[in-house]
Design a protein around this ligand. Structure first.
Ligand code: NAP
Length: 380
């Protein structure tokens, strides 16, 4: 098995069991140095650069750019060159040590991105040199310039879609399309309300909903450039863009004269914001929580449960991918639908700032700034 041991250890805990083999193969005396990354002596032919953390903490303080070995490509493996990889909130939380799944340390950061296949092993059937691929699951450690990966770890995407769309396809648009598809039977003319509407997930929700004729009521935090951001979200297809404070105000009654009450609420924030979303749901509607950016718990008014019988659900795309590992067709169909929207110009990447991997500290700091409205994407 030619996976770098760092990746293999990570995957042992986060993604699959094959990594345990690598752990058992590791010499017991390995120390926490780059040599730790070599697990099959003699197979390493070259090095690449990777953003590694050896302890949890403030990302720009604990992440370092280091040289790590790249092993020869095995029969069922592919050598890929990473092209671009975003910095998502879950990547930050993993480095801080606060996410629900954590790799063993040291670990390479990043769970999403797009790579180009450079070389394929003799038994690889589904991929060829030149293909673009994205990870099938979390835990690959995508903040690096090259990697040798198992064929099954990645899935191809068309290489004629914009680079930033491909780099940000595997997490947020997948989350958005699943939440719009799997919880309520939404028809054209129905409405969805969401907070964090300017997030990567939120922007994908706006665009996929618009393509399906579904109205979106989009809640964002107030900011000096509110009008500019609101205009940008409306240009993407947002039906309404409102400030958090407006959720409790009479103007909501005016809004619902032109737009049906939402069947579905999407909550990426928690706290008061989530409670306010619930107040506007239709009787019997669903609120799906997928993020907790405010770090506040969700409080559900008793009246929403008794008199409106709302359904309170959660969604985690990592679990969805695990649940569909054995049904590759569902994942393929979802990616095909998303890529078709991209090719039709109906789904664009969120506003991104492209940063060279060498400038990762700047990118990590920027990714943690509130009100930035831009996703940091590392360009390898
Ligand atoms: N469950 C899943 O499967 C899944 C999948 C993807 C993402 N997620 C989660 O979804 C969330 C958004 O991810 P993303 O990649 O779309 O994020 P992103 O593009 O980095 O955007 C972050 C969003 O969070 C908002 N925000 C940050 N702190 C906030 C606070 N204290 N109160 C209210 N809003 C706040 C930001 O608003 P401002 O512009 O006002 O700062 C922005 O809209 C994260 O929690 C992420 O972990 C979950």
């Amino acid at each position: 098995m030619g996976l770098p041991v760092l990746s293999a250890i990570f995957r042992s805990r986060v993604v699959c069991q094959r990594g345990f083999v690598a752990i058992l193969n590791c010499p017991k005396h390995m120390k926490a140095s780059v040599s730790l990354f070599s697990h099959s002596a003699g197979r390493c032919t070259q090095t690449c650069q990777a953003l590694i953390y050896r302890k949890h903490g403030d990302p720009s303080g604990v992440v370092e750019l280091e040289d790590v070995p790249v092993h020869q490509t095995g029969a069922k493996e592919v050598l890929v060159k990473l092209l671009a990889s975003p910095i998502n909130p879950s990547d930050i939380n993993m480095i801080q040590g606060t996410y629900s799944i954590l790799p063993d340390l040291p670990a390479i950061g990043g769970n999403e991105g797009v790579a180009q296949v450079i070389e394929v092993g003799s038994q690889v059937k589904s991929l060829k040199a030149g293909d673009w691929v994205i990870p099938r699951d979390a835990g690959l450690g995508t903040w690096r310039t090259e990697a040798v990966l198992a064929e099954d770890d990645v899935i191809s995407v068309p290489n004629d879609i914009p680079l930033l769309s491909a780099a940000t396809l595997g997490v947020n648009p997948c989350t958005a399309i699943r939440m719009l598809s799997d919880f309520e039977d939404l028809k054209p003319g129905d409405s969805v309300i969401q907070n964090a509407a300017n997030s990567g997930v939120g922007q994908a929700v706006i665009q996929i909903a618009a393509a399906r004729g579904i109205n979106t009521i989009n809640v964002i935090r107030d900011r000096p450039d509110f009008t500019q951001l609101s205009d940008r979200l409306k240009a993407m297809g947002a039906s309404h863009v409102i400030k958090e404070e407006s959720l409790r105000r009479p103007e909501m009654k005016e809004l619902f004269k032109t737009c049906s009450k939402p069947k579905l609420a999407l909550n990426g924030v928690g706290g008061k914001s989530a409670t306010e979303l619930l107040r506007h749901l239709q009787v019997g509607g669903s609120m799906v929580t997928y993020g907790g950016m405010s770090k506040q718990p969700v409080t559900i008014p008793v009246s929403a449960l008794i008199f409106k019988d709302v359904k309170v659900r959660g969604f985690w795309v990592t679990q969805w991918k695990k649940d569909h590992t054995h049904n590759g067709k569902a994942f393929r169909a979802m990616l095909d639908e998303l890529c078709s929207l991209i090719q039709q110009g109906k789904l664009t990447a969120p506003a991104c700032t492209e940063v060279r991997i060498q400038d990762y500290k700047k990118a990590l700091d920027a990714a943690m700034q509130p009100f930035s409205s831009r996703k940091q994407v590392l360009i390898m």
